[in-house]
Design a binder for this molecule. Structure first.
Ligand code: ATP
Ligand code: MG
Length: 632
């Protein structure tokens, strides 16, 4: 389990509230959407200066420092060394790897007085490779792992939820360099160390999180993991198999074998004549469903991709376009489309070019692919049905009618494609529930090409089904392979004097996002409830009259000696205001000094997360009691 215990490496801080700025407010900002945005703003932690741009006030800075400290300790322990690269970077670096184009509008650019263009670093693969190229000249210097904690810039289309998705934010980014993938000193060894370091970091921050498999990129396999803080407000969908350790994000999640249709794929009589219906002003499936009263699960969604490939790859595969077909209530998964088609890179087809080929985007039916050279028809298992086994009757489908503003009811795979799509393919459909079914002429494949959903069969445990949850991505580790070293010419001679591309990994943590994610997970209606290891202060001493300051200072000094960080609320405010503010800013323990308790040589003791009324603890025992509570 997580180690949340309190450790005190040095003397704690003592801060008077009156000596700093903690501008608490009653009202949430008008654009506030999520609990962390509301509470960090109301608690005087952050203040908006522009869209996606925030001041970190003193309380927030202390939290960020504590998170960063944990990150540094674990990264150092994993053998990574800290450096600091510029945020202002010559654009040529990013142009060289074409990432200026890949990032597009996300990349912030500035112009200097000589009209030179610079990027504000969104992440630092290019500058670190540039540095490593110069500094690493012998294979004997590998492996090396380097990290920094730095401000990053991304011109997010929709900065939202305060510092959860900012345009300027703090990231820890690490990069490792290797000669090999496997074996001692290889990429896999460092990747595993980073996985362990990230697990320790997020445990030590007191977060409840899930490490999920993410899209792998060039190396394939389990080459990427995202660390997701479990929170209902999260933007990302996580899928988990309760029976195995498997967890993946929606882009990556595989689906276990789905039961094969009793009559085989595509088999079954038509449900009726193919009927065209006029569907004007219907931009999406939902509008079509409303107008035609056909449920989305009875529609086929056909999405056309063009294959981005080199002329050589194209000559090999012969594929220029892929028409992916899923059920109307399902979503096409691009990674699965790429994998099933065996191509590296795809993009949504250009509507004008598609139209010239006879594809009416928005109204495409599988028929449009028939007889077209270079077009692969890729059908998801749930869409490749001709018979409805559950209802025991022919499957009803509605598709586009291959012309603008028209749909077609009673589509039937065999009749309307003019042939049994798999007729020439020797297959026993009922015994092939897992593997892809490929037509012998290579122009049709039945495969898993949709996003996984709750209730789908687990890919790792027979009989178990997937469950879903929401998450906030706070960390991401990735085996890059030779993407940047090849693009930037970083190679090295090995012990046999053979020139080898250097193999890289990259590892990011959103430090400022982690602060917000912790609040998403740790709050109640009254405010934030910080986990002790990242709380800005461990103890707030609330005084109810100036005459209590001597006792307050004395207590604070005793606690500070033991490594406890203390905030003294010395303001001349009503007790109600002070208690409300203490709850709002979420310091783990509140000690209240008032005349009544003092008369009994005691102070009021209240842990923030306890629902119980404060109790009186004798002055002689309160320090021990505090340490004990912080340590559990
Ligand atoms: P997202 O999918 O949320 O946009 P990403 O996958 O593009 O993030 P990475 O490139 O993996 O982000 O960056 C590493 C880490 O930086 C992320 O795991 C996340 O914690 C953090 N991060 C990325 N973008 C932002 C942002 N706009 N604001 C705050 N933190 C961010
Ligand atoms: Mg990421």
């Amino acid at each position: 389990m997580a180690n949340h215990s309190f450790t005190a490496p040095s003397t704690g801080a003592i801060q008077l509230w009156s000596g700093t700025i903690i501008p608490t407010t009653r009202d949430a900002p008008t654009d506030a959407e999520s609990p962390s945005h509301i509470l960090l703003s109301r608690g005087g932690y952050v203040r908006k200066l522009g869209a996606g741009i925030y001041d970190y006030l003193p309380l927030a800075t202390r939290v960020l420092r504590k998170i960063s400290q944990i990150v540094r300790q674990e990264m150092d322990a994993a053998g990574s060394s800290e450096l600091l690269l510029p945020a202002l970077l010559p654009i040529e670096l990013y142009a060289g790897t074409k990432r200026d184009l890949d990032y597009g509008d996300l990349l912030f650019k500035v112009t200097d007085r000589k009209q030179g263009i610079y990027a504000l670093g969104p992440t630092h693969e290019e500058p670190i490779t540039e540095l490593a190229k110069a500094a690493i000249t012998s294979y004997k210097q590998l492996p090396v792992s380097l990290y920094q904690i730095q401000t990053k810039f991304r011109d997010e289309a929709r900065p939202r939820s305060g510092i959860l998705r900012g345009r300027e934010f703090i990231m820890k980014d690490a990069y490792s360099f290797h000669l090999d993938i496997e074996g001692p000193g290889g990429l896999n060894e460092t990747y595993d160390k980073m996985f362990a370091a990230y697990t320790s970091i997020f445990n030590r921050c007191g977060l409840d999180f899930t490490a999920v498999e993410a899209e792998a990129g060039p190396i394939g396999g389990s080459a990427s993991h995202e660390f997701m803080v479990n929170a209902d407000s999260g933007e990302d969908t996580i899928l988990k198999c309760p029976a195995s350790n498997y967890a993946a994000n929606v882009e990556k999640c595989e689906i276990g074998p789905r039961p094969a249709p009793s009559k085989g794929y595509f088999a079954g009589d038509p449900s009726g004549n193919l009927d065209e219906v006029h569907t004007p002003n219907c931009p999406g499936i939902e509008e079509v469903a409303k107008l035609t009263k056909v449920k989305p699960q009875n529609m086929l969604k056909s999405v056309l991709f063009s294959v981005r490939s080199s002329p050589e790859d194209l000559a090999k595969s012969g594929q220029e376009y892929i028409l992916a077909v899923v059920r109307g209530d399902h979503d096409v998964n691009e990674g699965k489309v790429r994998q099933a088609a065996g191509v590296k890179s795809i993009e949504l087809a250009d509507p004008a070019k598609a139209a010239a080929l006879g594809f009416a985007i928005g109204f495409i039916s599988p028929r449009a692919a028939v007889g077209k050279k270079g077009v692969l028809l890729l059908v998801d298992r749930d869409a490749a049905l001709g018979y409805d086994d559950a209802a025991n009757k022919p499957r009803f489908w509605m598709t586009g009618a291959d012309k603008k503003d028209y749909h077609a009811k009673q589509f039937n795979w065999q009749r309307d494609l003019g042939t049994d799509p798999l007729a020439a393919t020797p297959h026993n459909p009922t015994t092939h529930p897992a593997g892809n079914l490929k037509a012998t002429n290579n122009n049709l494949i039945v495969a898993d090409v949709r996003n996984a959903l709750a209730g789908d069969p687990s890919p790792r445990a027979t009989g178990s089904t997937l469950i879903t949850g929401r998450g906030i991505e706070v960390g991401h580790i990735f085996k890059l392979g030779t993407k940047y070293s090849d693009a930037m010419g970083m190679s090295i001679l090995d012990d046999k004097q053979t020139k080898r591309s250097v193999i890289m990994g990259c590892y990011g943590i959103g430090v400022s996002r982690t602060m917000a994610a912790s609040v998403e997970q740790n709050h109640d209606p009254d405010g934030i409830i910080w986990p002790t290891p990242i709380a800005p202060y461990h103890v707030i001493i609330t005084t109810l009259s100036p005459s209590h300051m001597t006792v307050a200072r004395d207590l604070a000094t005793q606690l500070s000696t033991l490594g406890v960080d203390v905030l003294i609320d010395d303001r001349d405010e009503r007790p109600g205001v002070k208690f409300k503010d203490a709850d709002l800013i979420g310091i783990p323990i509140r000690l209240t000094i008032g005349d009544k308790a003092l008369a009994e040589h005691a102070v009021e003791f209240k842990p923030r997360k306890s629902k119980d009324k404060p109790i009186n603890v004798p002055l002689t025992q309160v320090v021990a009691r505090t340490i004990e509570t912080l340590s559990t």
